[in-house]
Design a protein around this ligand. Structure first.
Ligand code: NAD
Ligand code: ZN
Length: 358
């Protein structure tokens, strides 16, 4: 049996993650007898509708969201809930999310508020959802342009991660997931070692690489969630490495995926950590080399001064200081807090250094 079982039990919740290429075949049929309500998106449905009908029956209600971030709004929450009422989903019903992070985030929110919370199972189908969003219980939608501003903590009782879903994923989405995977490499010694043992595969991952790295990332996220389920002790913040600057870039510049922006953000933040002596040059080069396997050329944005203004509003910031999570040595990291002007000066300095001005 090619499947790992990872339990995430906390004081408030318990969740079991099944991970491996047998996960779908082993676990999906067991859901058949529940009162299921499937939420998916148009792309995933196009590829997997026959699988869904075959395993869950052709009368199972399936809600098909438009693909992409625009589905994460109240409009679709209301649409789904109305349809669940119409479908007669009761308190013992079970929302089954089959899709990427968008589907998982909105389905989780719906499951958490419908009749004050019903059963919830996730089947992530994108690499990002497999290594990150399906684990840990954060649910969310966006409002008035603010991402993830409405949400709940509602871990899926079961997460079924079958990497074979990735056989249909566009390569762009693999790169997105690789961004988060390299981030884990800067947080976790096992993942760091795995990435260095398979260094050449990072740029062009094969199936074995992907199948093996997913459970390592899930294990890491699980260990963080067990310690800090509600992001209170600060440990969970570490998963946001690269995200302060990466997110500011993502809001300003289009074209790249979230995961690539995370790595670009990590690269700039690593420069700050290195200049400030928080991360030693030799290790900094090692992390930069991992980043460069996914993002060959780190952009030196012309108007970077404007982009970094957005970092002022990062959720991690406190006392008016910009917070960045940076690697210090293998498997270790720390939070740095900088005055905004200092942060901006160093980001600009890094940009000029990349450009070769200095
Ligand atoms: N809850 C959390 O902890 C958490 C963590 C990280 C990110 N997120 C959220 O996750 C979302 C991003 O997730 P994502 O990157 O999976 O985006 P996504 O859900 O939009 O999926 C990316 C694209 O891949 C397609 N797709 C998914 N699976 C496929 C498959 N097997 N075959 C073919 N196409 C497939 C989708 O239709 C979509 O077009 C964001 O909204 C982000 O806020 C949540
Ligand atoms: Zn991310």
């Amino acid at each position: 049996m090619n499947m790992k079982k990872i339990e995430i039990n906390t004081k408030y919740s318990s969740s079991t993650v099944y991970c491996g290429t047998d996960a779908f075949d082993e676990r999906a049929p067991l859901l058949k007898d529940r009162q299921l309500y499937i939420i998916t998106d148009g792309n995933v449905f196009a590829f997997y509708r026959y699988t869904m009908w075959e395993v869950f029956g052709d009368f199972v209600p399936i809600h098909i969201l438009p693909a992409g971030e625009t589905a994460k709004t109240f409009r679709y929450v209301i649409e789904i809930i109305r349809d669940m009422i119409k479908s007669g989903i009761g308190r013992d019903g079970c929302v089954l999310a089959i899709g990427g992070g968008v589907v998982g985030d909105i389905a989780g929110l719906v499951a958490s508020i419908y009749m004050r919370g019903i059963h919830f199972v996730q089947m992530p189908t994108s690499l990002l959802a497999m290594v990150d969003s399906s684990v840990g219980g954060k649910t969310a939608i966006d409002l008035d342009g603010v991402k993830n501003v409405v949400g709940t903590f509602y871990p899926a009782e079961e997460v079924i991660i079958d990497p074979d879903f990735l056989l249909t994923i566009p390569y762009r989405e693999i790169r997105c997931g690789l961004g988060e995977i390299v981030k884990y490499g800067a947080l976790d010694e096992n993942i760091y070692n795995f990435l260095y043992e398979n260094f050449d595969k990072i740029a062009k991952p094969d199936k074995a690489f992907i199948d093996n790295i997913i459970p390592l990332c899930v294990e890491h996220k699980a260990s963080v969630v067990r310690e800090d389920e509600f992001e209170r002790t600060g440990l969970r913040k570490s998963l946001n490495m690269g995200h302060t600057t990466g997110h500011a870039f993502e809001l300003t510049y289009a074209r790249k995926t979230h995961g690539e922006f995370v790595l670009i953000g990590m690269y700039y933040e690593l420069y700050i950590a290195t200049i400030k002596g928080v991360c030693k040059g030799e290790y900094s080069n090692k992390i930069a080399a991992l980043i460069n396997q996914v993002v060959k050329h780190i952009p030196a944005y012309e108007d970077i001064e404007k982009a970094v203004e957005k970092a002022k509003h990062d959720k991690k910031n406190t006392e008016g200081l910009v917070s960045i999570i940076v690697p210090t040595e293998v498997g270790k990291f720390t939070e740095m807090k900088l005055e905004f002007n200092e942060y901006k000066r160093l980001i600009v300095q890094c940009r000029d250094w990349i450009r070769g001005d200095k």
